[in-house]
Design a protein around this ligand. Structure first.
Ligand code: ADP
Length: 334
């Protein structure tokens, strides 16, 4: 198939097990885009260093995240699927972008403020300049489409600023502007099971459904999900219940969703039944991915080949961009 001209780029940090948020916010779109576009997908191991104190687990995390992506349908022969640290040009571009990144702006980024709250004793420069490295990841391939969840929207705005700033400062159109992409739909935000915030790799593990969860773990987590006590007909829906409906929409057929919605409206909803359907839908969805991922993770020869092949493709693209950037800056005296 003739590929479209837009370049696609995205990444996931190897900081834990992939969850439904990663799937519906990111990986599902990687798979949907891999035939039509030139794609670069990355395991963001350098980004992981901003929060991981313990790096002995990194090797396992990286292999598992790769295996889980492939188990979801990502095809390493169709895309460049690589580890960030295998492409040192990333660090070079990051350095160039640091010269046009302003400290005051970065300090105001909500994700930075969140991280300061979560790890007050480790407010490292990597945390502050996370959006700078992320801009380098994306613009290293001069990508314009970035399949990500809603939580990343603001980082994309920063990447656009750096692209514009670089072009303006050095007087050349080296970088296009990248945008978050979800096939024209709103960006995904998969809620956690306790009705507070979003599913995430490291926080709130009982309220997050992981692609590696056993069938029993899935059923147990959903059975404990928060609901209300069955309010008056027509009463406004509490967030915890709205979240359950949102999750049901991810895995259940339309008619079933409509039935539970009508029951809710009538004040006759039985949350036990709804949770059972939700749990079985999630088991049907997650179990085959989990099983495939385990097999892939155990195939070290294959994963090594994937990493090498991915790094070679990514470095070829990165080299061209770095040359363009250096030339624009004026770092070209020989
Ligand atoms: P996490 O927040 O779990 O550590 P990452 O920061 O590695 O995940 O993000 C990987 C991708 O998954 C990003 O595109 C991000 O937008 C997406 N993502 C993470 N959590 C969610 C969620 N709950 N809903 C939708 N997308 C999500």
């Amino acid at each position: 198939m003739e590929k479209k001209t837009d370049i696609v780029m995205s990444g996931i940090r190897p900081t834990g097990f992939l969850h439904l948020g990663n799937y519906f916010g990111a990986v599902r779109n990687y798979v949907r885009m891999q035939d039509a576009y030139t794609c670069y997908f990355m395991v963001a191991d350098l980004h992981a260093l901003t929060t991981l104190n313990e790096t002995r687990e990194l090797r396992t995390h990286v292999r598992r995240v790769m295996a889980e992506n492939i188990a979801c349908g990502l095809d390493p022969d169709k895309v460049a699927f690589y580890c960030q640290s295998h492409v040192p040009e990333t660090a070079e571009l990051y350095l160039f972008f640091n010269m046009i990144a302003y400290k005051g702006e970065l300090e105001k980024t909500p994700t930075f403020k969140d991280k300061v709250r979560l790890q007050p004793n480790n407010v490292n420069m990597g945390l502050l300049t996370y959006p700078v490295l992320q801009a380098a990841d994306i613009l290293l391939h001069r990508a314009t489409l970035v399949p990500v969840g809603k939580d990343q929207e603001q980082h994309l705005e920063i990447a656009r600023d750096y692209a514009q700033r670089f072009n303006q400062r050095y007087g050349r159109d080296v970088f296009p502007e990248p945008y978050a992409f979800n096939f024209g739909e709103a960006l995904a935000k998969v809620p956690s099971l306790d009705g507070a915030g979003k599913m995430s790799k490291s926080e709130n593990q009982m309220a997050t459904l992981y692609l590696a969860d056993s069938d029993d773990a899935i059923r147990k987590k959903i059975s404990k999900a928060k609901t209300d006590s069955g309010g008056e007909p027509g009463a406004p829906m509490p967030d915890s219940v709205a979240n359950l409906f949102q999750l049901l929409r991810l895995v259940a057929p339309e008619d079933m969703i409509a039935k539970f919605a009508a029951d809710y409206e009538a004040g006759t909803i039985r949350y036990g039944d709804m949770k059972k359907e939700l749990a079985e839908g999630m088991v049907r969805f997650i179990a085959p991915i989990r099983e495939r991922a385990t097999d892939i993770q155990n195939d070290d020869v294959y994963l090594r080949r994937v990493m090498e092949q991915g790094a070679a493709k990514a470095r070829a693209s990165a080299k061209v961009t770095i040359e363009l950037a250096k030339d624009a800056i004026g770092l070209n005296y020989i």
